[in-house]
Write a protein that binds this ligand. Structure first.
Ligand code: PAP
Length: 335
């Protein structure tokens, strides 16, 4: 399968979408606002700080998205391993379709292969694009679990969510670097102290990191067949086991034949930071007027524990305290 065949062409916008756009435009000025890290404003929407396009995307999903039982949603709070998980899921699901030496991930960034749900739901003002993606659809989101419609989250719906989270100390450092890359020219960089303060208060894209994790974690306990939670650190430590776990969860376990052919190993190698960050498509600066984010911006260090090179002992202690307090009694921890 070629990349061009994965995405269909877009049809005419429909009226229903215009109503949702209007409702969103009317809602935004009524919401609490705060400054963003790289966009101008964040709005507090249903308990989470989100930028206007994310809110509109969420409203469009709620109003118009037609889920299929085969849908797979790659869910993350930003900077927790979205690029990696997109690549892993794409290669797990499509493993029979491609030769690993001429794989689409060698020519395209995972963002092109697993589209951004709340972004493309309103591509040209209609759902025809997302409706036209062949099953099983793989879509990536940063939206908190509670913002999805019940027709996607209740037990009668078969669509599945694979979530990945990461030690918030590394998330903060990764997000800080990313934000400073994206800030428009002439706008001074954000200091670490500034972003630390915002992050601790939950004023960060897609809201409080801890509440985001808890939403998906609780859903995974209540509906283990619907939501799978992974940790970046675990995938780093045991990538083979994690890839098998994801395949089992998605109902496409590796066969003995595939194990003999070392397909799991191939997937892990293909999606590794070392391999992906060295592909031309991910090394080049793909920034443009319309898209200020370059593929290369998604590959920095790809390590566990880089926070120790940036955060003061006091900052790390405060983040650990918040983490402990927020996750106390939930069964979730990063240890
Ligand atoms: P997003 O949520 O904005 O899409 P996301 O891909 O989650 O971004 O975050 C990028 C982080 O994942 C970077 O982490 P760092 O800043 O600590 O280095 C990036 O390096 C890391 N990353 C990207 N691809 C991989 C990969 N294949 N394996 C491991 N880490 C990766």
């Amino acid at each position: 399968m070629e990349t061009s065949k994965i995405f269909p062409s877009v049809e005419t916008p429909d009226e229903g979408h215009q109503n949702t756009f209007k409702n969103c435009d009317e809602l935004l000025p009524t919401l609490p606002q705060s400054k963003g890290w790289w966009v101008d404003q964040l709005f507090q929407y249903q308990g989470f700080w989100i930028h206007s396009l994310g809110i509109r995307g969420s409203m469009l999903i709620n109003d118009h998205f037609k889920p299929r039982p085969t849908d797979i949603i790659v869910a993350t709070s930003p900077k927790c391993g979205t690029t990696w998980l997109r690549a892993l899921l794409f290669s797990i699901i499509n493993r029979a379709s491609f030769d690993f030496n001429r794989h689409p991930l060698r020519k395209a960034n995972p963002r092109e292969l697993v589209p951004f749900f709340e972004g493309i739901i309103h591509k040209d003002g209609s759902t025809s694009f997302v409706d036209g993606i062949p099953s099983p659809r793989l879509l990536s989101t940063h939206l908190p679990y509670s913002l999805f419609p019940t027709r996607m989250t209740d037990d009668t719906s078969a669509c599945r969510f694979v979530y990945i989270c990461r030690d918030p100390k590394d998330v903060l450092v990764s997000k800080w670097h990313f934000a400073n890359k994206l800030r428009p020219k002439g706008v001074p960089p954000l200091s670490l102290e500034e972003v630390f303060d915002l992050f601790c208060k939950g004023v960060s894209h897609y809201g409080s990191f801890w509440d985001h994790v808890l939403g998906y974690w609780k859903a995974s306990l209540e509906s283990p067949k619907k939501v799978l939670c992974l940790k970046y650190e675990d995938v780093k430590k045991e990538p083979l086991g994690c890839v098998r776990k994801v395949a089992n969860f998605l109902g496409v376990p590796f066969t003995p034949e595939e194990e003999n052919k070392e397909i799991v190993e191939e997937i892990v190698k293909l999606c590794s930071f070392e391999n992906m960050s060295n592909q031309d498509v991910n090394k080049s600066d793909t920034r443009s007027q319309e898209n200020p984010i370059s593929n290369s911006d998604f590959f920095r260090k790809g390590e566990v524990g880089d926070w120790a090179n940036h955060l003061s002992p006091q900052m790390s202690e405060i983040l650990d305290q918040i983490t402990e307090q927020k996750f106390q009694g939930t069964g979730f921890s990063f240890h």
